[in-house]
Write a protein that binds this ligand. Structure first.
Ligand code: ADP
Ligand code: ZN
Length: 617
């Protein structure tokens, strides 16, 4: 490390992690990111959601016993982080418009006297109108470094551009001598360059983690029965938190109402609702009073609930970047979580018209939709496909996607099916899209078919009786296999490739896959707890539920989210290790000294009571 580094603090980091957070060690890249801060360098840190970015700037502030300023775009985010820090015994506060003059003075006096370690502020507080006085106060307090969270907001190319962020480029002039550190979860190389330039980072240490999230189990399904397919996911996660993303507000309202009627614990969320209703539903979800939020993409930023166990997309999102971002809200605690994409070709048409009416349609948006379509329609390891999309290699065979888990069924006589489809494309003149070709194959008698004379073709009705989604899925796969090509854009007509002709001539074979048909259900059903994945091994599930209930009571008493008390992972480990003494409790992942003192007695008591009851049984 360079001469300006703080060697004592570096060795304290591990200690701080253990004593304050109850963590045994660093996650990948955390140490590198923290050392850049200790060394007084600038840095750009790109780690996936749940990768542990916040610790990268929190732990150094504690280890160096200095003040750090954190720029954060959302008030709810600031509050969550400050709550969590305070619960872990770290002096932290936010300074924003929700505070009255009195409270502001108090916070200011705390950072001036050197008591605070972390101070959270909005960008406009530092750079907007009337920020001079605040900067004056801050300069006097002498923060060692500034961490800019959600730094992609500074870039026009990011998916969340915020004009206030642009002004942060002048931060260094106001606070000379500080280290500047940018953090984000999603950044293509273009956005990364933009962040460095706009913030004026000086020879920054760049830490870029892997985007793959191995604990997420990805599945893609044709949407052939939305309600049944959504219920299938919900029923696999009784009493657990999840998000269902819909494309439009109307869809949110309909689906939420239908699920509620069936007895599920759901709340809707979209931009058409009043602020008040939205806030209430979001809070209910974070406080675990509601299991499932059915939402448009308006829901998500600032939701720090770490135990989201599933994310369902009821329709395809507008880009793979968005998909990554939205599924990234699942499993932030590192435990397994399900991400299920339900899609149909009409989703892309809907997006096109939405983007057009909002003035966002462009060749780029069309290209991004095309990538999303390919991700959905291809049958290959999903982890690998996502990693490669973000420019990172992945060895495949992940064991955590529908393809690698062998959930798709091989189509019998796939080559014959492919020949039927390809010959129909040829017979109809290679100038129609998948919908029309499908209609011809299943023997429909639409106006268009009759006027084109396609009802007289030998391929008309060749696949009568085969469900439409299956035909369409097969066509998608033929495109992905390079046997068919599809024109990009609005009129995606199909034509047969060179390889396709070889298959037609019997010189080539292919394999095709079919998704399992969801079991139709009538009543509520599926309530039995089905927790059989490895993360539950050795966990006393009854004890876990008991501890979860206790956590909820404590959280409600204090007005903080349950995960601020303890994460699910910590509760599961308690229910596996069954600690009996404070010392044993301290060995549980996620139990630091402060929390052990504060919450330990109640949890140990609950564990003891559970032990006695099980003996009586
Ligand atoms: P991000 O901001 O990158 O999305 P967070 O900072 O919210 O991620 O961290 C995600 C989760 O990982 C949190 O529950 C956090 O407590 C946990 N975590 C972070 N670092 C570690 C670590 N070194 N060991 C164990 N858990 C960690
Ligand atoms: Zn896979």
């Amino acid at each position: 490390m360079s001469g300006s580094s703080d060697g004592g603090a570096a060795s304290r980091l591990t200690e701080v992690l253990r004593r304050t957070w109850g963590f045994e060690g660093f996650r990948e890249h955390q140490r590198e990111a923290m050392e850049a801060i200790l060394a007084g360098r600038d840095s750009l840190v790109v780690l996936p959601t749940g990768g542990g970015k916040s610790l990268c700037y929190q732990a150094p502030a504690v280890a160096m016993e200095c003040l750090a300023v954190v720029v954060s775009p959302l008030i709810s985010l600031m509050k969550d982080q400050v709550d969590a820090l305070v619960a872990a015994g770290v002096p932290a506060a936010f300074y924003n418009s929700t505070l009255g003059p009195e409270a502001r003075r108090e916070v200011a006096s705390r950072f001036r006297c050197g008591e605070l370690r972390l101070l959270y502020v909005a960008p406009e507080r530092l750079m907007g109108e009337g920020s001079e006085r605040f900067l004056e106060l801050l300069r006097a307090a002498g923060p060692r470094f500034v961490a800019v969270d959600e730094a992609h907001c500074i870039s026009h190319w990011g998916h969340d551009f915020r004009p206030e962020y642009r002004m942060l480029g002048r931060l260094r002039q106001h606070l000379p001598g500080i280290g500047l550190h940018a953090f984000t979860a999603t950044a293509t190389p273009r956005v990364r360059r933009d962040i460095v330039e706009q913030l004026g980072l000086r020879d920054p240490v760049e830490v870029v983690g892997t985007f793959d999230r191995p604990n997420l189990v990805y599945r893609v399904r044709w949407r052939n029965d939305l309600l049944a397919q959504v219920r299938q996911v919900l029923d696999a996660h009784p009493g657990e938190g999840g998000i269902v993303y819909c494309l439009a507000r109307r869809d949110v309202d309909t689906l939420a109402a239908r699920l509620a009627r069936l007895g599920y614990s759901v709340a809707p969320y979209h931009a058409g609702m009043s602020d008040e209703d939205r806030r209430r539903n979001q809070e209910a979800f974070v406080a675990e009073r509601v299991d499932v939020v059915v939402a448009t993409v308006a829901f998500g930023m600032g939701i720090d609930r770490s135990n989201v166990r599933f994310v369902v997309h009821a329709a395809a999102p507008r880009s793979v970047e968005h998909y990554q971002q939205e599924t990234g809200r699942a499993g932030r605690d590192g435990l397994p979580a399900d991400c299920t994409l339900l899609y149909a070709p009409s989703d892309f048409a809907v997006w096109r018209s939405l983007l057009e009416s909002s003035g966002e349609a462009s060749p780029e948006s069309e290209e991004l939709l095309g990538h999303m379509w390919r991700y959905a329609s291809q049958v290959r390891c999903r982890h690998r496909a996502l990693s490669e999309y973000f420019g990172q290699p992945h060895r495949g065979a992940c064991g955590a996607c529908d393809v690698c888990l062998g959930e798709l069924e091989p189509v019998e006589d796939a080559t014959v099916l492919a020949q039927k489809i390809l010959s129909c494309v040829v017979r109809t003149g290679q100038r129609w899209g998948a919908a029309h070709v499908t209609d011809v194959l299943r023997g429909a008698s639409t106006e268009r078919i009759r006027s084109a004379g396609h009802d007289r073709l030998s391929t008309h009705g060749l696949l009568a009786g085969m469900p439409v989604p299956e035909i369409r899925a097969a066509i998608d796969q033929l495109v992905d296999l390079g046997l068919l090509t599809q024109e990009p854009g609005r009129f995606p007509t199909l034509s047969v490739t060179e390889a396709g002709w070889e298959l037609l001539r019997g010189r080539r074979e292919c394999a095709l896959w079919r998704q399992p048909v969801p079991a139709r259900r009538t009543g509520r059903g599926g309530r039995s707890v089905r927790r059989d994945d490895a993360s539950w091994e050795g966990v006393d599930q009854e004890l876990f539920e008991r501890l979860r209930a206790l956590r909820k009571v404590i959280a409600e008493e204090r007005g903080i989210p349950p995960y601020v008390v303890f994460h699910d992972r910590t509760l599961r480990e308690m229910a596996r290790l069954v600690p009996r003494t404070p010392a044993e409790l301290l060995r549980v992942h996620g139990v630091g000294e402060r929390k052990a003192r504060e919450f330990g007695p109640a949890f140990l008591e609950a564990i003891a009571a559970h032990g006695e009851e099980s003996l009586e049984d």
